[in-house]
Design a protein around this ligand. Structure first.
Ligand code: SAM
Length: 291
């Protein structure tokens, strides 16, 4: 198996294929020999499972996934990379490369076609310029996947894994918590990449929930996200003001709903727990029903 963590080998591949890194595609490739095996292990992959990787690059993580899984589908947007991957992954017959933009693929259809009857996980070193859109696509499309083990920029990991009620919490944290249980697994320094980016990274695991959190029982998904997005629409304002403008509701109406849900009027969106968001949705629904 080609040693893709060896910088000399990476340089040989660059020159053999005349490849140049694309900054705009977030091409910082892993060269730390410990990170990819660890990510693959944390995914809990076995020979009867399927894995989706977004952005295989030269295939350093793909190798580790292919060693452990029944089948790997690697989705890579860069048109120059399938040729390189055919070379670097020539030892494996269980990897299929899709030369496509992950944001444009129908992943439910892909999973049904590529992994019939198999448990599926996602494992990837994500391109940082589209971290949140990729994660939200993978979660919102309600794919039959068990978990995501993904490397992202450290600050993004902290934000995504922040619990509602914590200072770093944002709309994306609340949205992720709706679909999954997130945790940061380990930090990865910038020197683990070639070329080295200007930021550090972290690997996180999102265990996909089989149903929304119990504290949101009876709350309609569409309503929940409408309220969450309105609450976070003006970060500097109180949740009362953001909801009033975001949902086009009178201030008095919002004040009443907050009070009935037991939420102080001067709270900001990041201070609300999931349960409080749930209660708020129910109060707003009740008000509407009484109109
Ligand atoms: N997995 C490799 C590694 O760990 O060394 C490369 C990771 S690099 C951070 C991100 C990869 O995602 C690049 O290969 C890039 O070309 C690819 N990529 C960027 N945007 C993409 C998209 N929209 N769909 C699929 N792949 C994409």
């Amino acid at each position: 198996m080609r040693n893709l963590s060896d910088i000399q080998e990476v340089k040989r591949i660059l020159s053999r294929h005349g490849f140049h890194f694309s900054k705009s595609l977030g091409q910082n490739f892993l060269i730390d020999p410990e990170v990819c095996p660890r990510m693959a292990e944390e995914s809990g992959i076995t020979k009867d499972m399927g894995v989706i990787e977004v952005g295989p690059g030269f295939g350093v993580l793909t190798q580790q996934l292919a060693l452990r899984a029944g089948k790997v589908v690697a989705i890579e947007v860069d048109k120059r990379l399938p040729e390189v991957l055919a070379d670097t992954l020539s030892d494996f017959d269980n990897v299929t490369v899709y030369n496509a933009d992950v944001m444009e693929l129908d992943l439910n259809e892909l999973i049904a076609r590529e992994f019939p009857g198999m448990d599926v996980v996602v494992c990837a070193n994500l391109p940082y310029y589209i971290t949140s859109p990729v994660i939200m696509k993978l979660l919102e499309e309600k794919l039959p996947i068990r978990s995501l083990v993904v490397m992202v920029q450290k600050e993004a990991a902290v934000r995504i894994c922040a619990q509602p009620g914590q200072r770093e919490c944002g709309a994306v944290s609340v949205a992720v918590q709706y679909y999954a249980e997130p945790e940061i697994l380990f930090a990865v320094g910038r020197d683990s990449f070639f070329p080295a980016p200007k930021v550090d990274s972290a690997v996180m695991k999102l265990d996909v929930r089989s149903a929304p959190p119990a504290v949101l029982d009876g709350v309609e998904e569409k309503r929940f996200f409408q309220v969450v997005h309105a609450a976070f629409s003006q970060r500097r304002k109180t949740v009362s003001n953001s909801l009033s403008s975001g949902l086009s509701l009178g201030k008095e109406q919002v004040r009443k709903a907050l009070s009935s849900a037991g939420i102080p009027e001067n709270f900001r969106a990041e201070q609300l727990t999931l349960a409080q968001f749930g209660k708020l949705c129910q109060e707003l629904n009740r008000q509407e029903a009484e109109k």
